[in-house]
Structures are given as C-alpha cells and as structure tokens.
Design a protein around this ligand. Structure first.
Ligand SMILES: [Zn+2]
Length: 481
C-alpha cells in the first residue's frame, strides 16, 4: 500500500507537497526520528482508513517519503533563507522541536457537527480520544451576470449545482467547508445584477449547500451591495438553505451563538472581516456585530472570546489586499502578523488559520509554529468561481487540511493539501456555462474533462506546475546574491 501511494505521490504535486512537508518537518522540529514521527505515521494511517480520495493519498504519499528522507536533512533549517524570514514578520520560525504542548484538559460535546451554542464548561465525554476534522476552504464565489444566465432554468428558477460537479465529491468529504459568498442573496424583488453591485438568486445558497459547502463568509466588499436590508435578507436566505455563516449576523446573540461550531468533537471558531464595503461606511464600532470590518479592530477580541469559550481552533477569514496582485502587500502581512500573534502578555493565542481573499488571484501560503501552536496562512485563495478574464483570475485554490487533537490533547494542523483549481467557460446545448475543477485533473484524469481541447489540457497542466511554484514562493530560499 505504501508503495502504491508513493507512485501516486510522484510528479509535480508530490514534489510540491514533499517540499512543503519536508520544510514543515524542519521548522516544526520533526526532523529527529522520534515518537512524534511514529505518531504522525499512525495518524496518517488512521485517516487513510477514514477517507481515501486521490488527492489526500498524494499528501500521505508525500508525508511518507518525507519521513524517510528526514534523517538526511540538516538539524537546523539551513536551506531556508534566514534573511527572508527575518524580514517577514508573520510566522515565528524560531526553534521548535519540542513538539506541541497539550492544550488545557477539557471535555467535549457529542461528536456530531452542530451549530448549537456551546455550554461551558464542556462535559468531559471525549477527553483522551484522538479526533480530527477535515477543513476545506475556497476563495471568492463571484456571480457575474453570465453565471446567473447559465444557471437559469426554464421554469424561472436557478440551478448552480452543475458548475461544481468536479469538486462535489471532494467537498462532501469535508467536515467544515467554507466559501466566500461575494454577493448578496437579497431576493428577486431587489433586482438581480452582476458586477459592480451584485445580487444573485437566493437559489445559489441551496446549490452551495447541495455541493457540500457548510459555511459561507459574508464579510466582503459586496456585502452591502443591496444595503443593510439586503444583507439581512441574505442572512435569512443562507439560514433557509441550512448553511452556517460568518462575518455578518442578525443580532449580537446570533454572533455569540455562531462563534463556535462543533465538528467531530472539535470546537472551531470561524470569523470573518472585510477591508471595506464598496463605499458604504460599514458598521460603527458600537454595532460591530453586524458585519466584520477590519477597521473596527474587533478581530483580536473576537478571537480571544472564541478562545474563552473553548475554541480548539480559530479560523479567521480576511477579505483584504490589492486586487490582481499575486503577492501579499505589507499591510496584509502586518495584519496577519497581529492576528496570528494574539496577545502573549495576556497569554491569549492568536488565530490558528488565516484565510485571505479579495485579490482575485491566488497568493502564497505559509505554515509555521508559534509558542507551540501550529499556524497556517493562505494570503489569498483567489477566485473560486467567476467570469473574470484577466490572467490568473480563472485560477483558485481549495485549501484541504486536517485539524486534529490527539489523545493527550495536543492540537495540530496536519496534512495541508493545496488544490489549485480552474474555472472554465464552455458551451453545453448552445449555452455558455461554467465548470470548476482541480487543475491536477488535467494531468490525472483528462478524460473527465472532455470539454477541454488537447491544447487547453496542456495549458491547465502548465498552470498546475506554475501554481505549485507560486504557492511556495514565500517559503522558498532566495537565490544567493
Ligand atoms: Zn472582494
């Protein structure tokens, strides 16, 4: 089985992951063949029993090969450019190697996804059991007019489900599947429209639910494209579809209730903030609960509140950055730095995961550990679906990772899998339509992308290779001067 997995792990994707994991090995101090290596291997095997999608098999194949290579690697991260790290304020790459420290001993509610408010203190039911949750996340769901037209049905309704047919199986394997809903769903009475003031049919929520999304981010610059009443209608429609949401709320109690959700016995806080709202002033500080606004500087206190309520992991969505830029700017780095740092003087941990979006292009990721806390940031997940035409705007990223707590209560971000995607326009029954698919499919299973010509398949394979390099670009050593 290991040999079969190794085979899958070859090629660029395997190479990317091997690089990432080898690097993670170094900075997280996994280089020594130790008990933690044995545990990691056991965790890998355990998870393989639970899910066996091709993409994850690749991750584990890479993990296996990096474990075998580990003893040959230097003890300190010599192959990482130390100057680049010093310049970069976000991840503290300082000496780790001690492994992760146990979290506070605590019990957990029953092991089923639930949006119910979490009572504190928690009943000690699952203490001492290893548990994990699979997190998937995408970038912008942008509903340009041509998407709405493509989704329209003869009876006047809308069906967006076919757009996502190539990612639906993957999404259904996630416990928590987050997407950035970059449009109000404010109802037909407010008039549907695409760019620049969006309003998409409310059927989009049901379609997103059907393809496997569990949670939508509502804090982005289009949140108020139909005003505050449009945002309220959007929340109502998202609720009706049975989806959870973050970044905008009905009232303070709604925000408090949704601060933490439980998946497989793991408590997760999902928060979301936007840099602005297309000219609308946004919420004032007193009514900060209405809509996550970076300027109101409430993010850290929200993170701390989630921690106080027992969150094991806090995921912060930031809608920020410069449009059409493939690298994060300094203000993105500074903000992410503050959000990851938390407040050490008060002993309060920052976020575990930061998910960026808004630039319409994928920006690289970083992983690291800070005071024994695993941390991951993707500066921009890019466009998940859109009708944008600038170079790279057809590309996006699905983050796929495993969050786990072991028997001793140690938390970890495991098996980070980055899945570059494309949104492609095609013609079906003489109508323009859209399909989102992992770029790797163009290499692995081109027959399932029969709408692509040979040239287009080649182009997708090129995108995949380029994206793998691009994603690593903040972590790769700088060329020697
Ligand atoms: Zn945006």
């Amino acid at each position: 089985m290991v040999r079969a997995m190794k085979k899958v792990g070859q090629g660029f994707w395997g190479y990317l992951l091997a690089l990432g994991l080898v690097w993670g090995w170094l900075v997280w101090g996994w280089a020594q063949p130790s008990q933690s290596q044995v545990e990691a291997r056991a965790a890998i095997q355990e998870f393989l029993i639970r899910v066996k999608p091709a993409q994850m098999a690749r991750v584990y194949a890479a993990a296996e090969s990096s474990q075998e290579k580990a003893p040959d690697l230097p003890d300190s991260p010599q192959n990482i450019d130390q100057d680049a790290i010093k310049e970069f304020p976000i991840i503290n790459f300082g000496p780790s190697g001690a492994g992760l420290s146990p979290t506070q001993p605590s019990g957990f509610p029953p092991a089923s996804p639930s949006l119910a408010p979490v009572a504190s203190p928690r009943p000690p039911k699952l203490a001492g059991q290893k548990r994990s949750l699979r997190l998937l996340a995408t970038g912008d769901i942008l509903t340009h007019t041509s998407l709405r037209v493509a989704a329209s049905l003869k009876d006047g309704g809308f069906d967006f489900i076919p757009f996502f047919e190539h990612v639906t199986d993957l999404f259904h394997q996630g416990d928590l599947v987050i997407g950035n809903l970059e449009t109000p769903l404010a109802g037909a009475e407010r008039g549907y429209s695409g760019y620049p003031q969006f309003n998409a049919p409310e059927e989009l929520a049901a379609s997103l639910k059907a393809v496997g999304f569990t949670t939508l981010v509502l804090a982005n610059n289009h949140a108020l494209d139909r005003g505050w009443s449009g945002l309220a209608a959007t929340i109502n429609n998202v609720q009706k579809a049975g989806l959870d949401y973050a970044g905008a709320y009905v009232d303070p109690a709604d925000k408090a209730r949704r601060l933490i959700s439980v998946y497989n016995g793991i408590l997760v806080g999902v928060l979301a903030y936007s840099y602005g709202f297309n000219g609308s002033p946004g919420p004032n500080k007193e009514e900060d609960w209405r809509l996550g606004f970076i300027e109101n500087e409430g993010a850290l206190e929200d993170i701390f509140e989630a921690r106080r309520r027992g969150a094991d992991f806090v995921i912060v969505n930031l809608h920020f950055g410069q449009e059409y830029q493939r690298q994060p700017n300094q203000s993105q780095k500074d903000l992410v730095g503050r959000i990851l740092e938390g407040d050490p003087e008060r002993g309060l941990m920052g976020a575990d995961i930061v998910l960026g979006h808004h630039p319409h292009m994928v920006q690289p990721y970083l992983v690291g550990a800070r005071r024994d806390q695993d941390q991951l940031v993707v500066f921009s997940l890019g466009n998940f679906i859109s009708n944008q035409s600038k170079p790279y705007t057809n590309l996006g990223l699905i983050l796929d990772c495993l969050l786990s707590i072991d028997e001793a209560g140690r938390k970890a971000i495991e098996a980070i899998n980055l899945i570059p995607t494309a949104c492609h326009t095609l013609v079906v029954d003489r109508r323009k339509t859209f399909r989102v698919f992992p770029l790797a499919m163009a290499v692995d299973s081109p027959s399932s992308l029969s709408f692509l010509s040979k040239n287009e398949l080649k182009k997708m394979a090129k995108h995949q290779a380029e994206m793998e390099r691009h994603l690593l670009s903040l972590m790769e050593p700088k060329p020697k001067k």
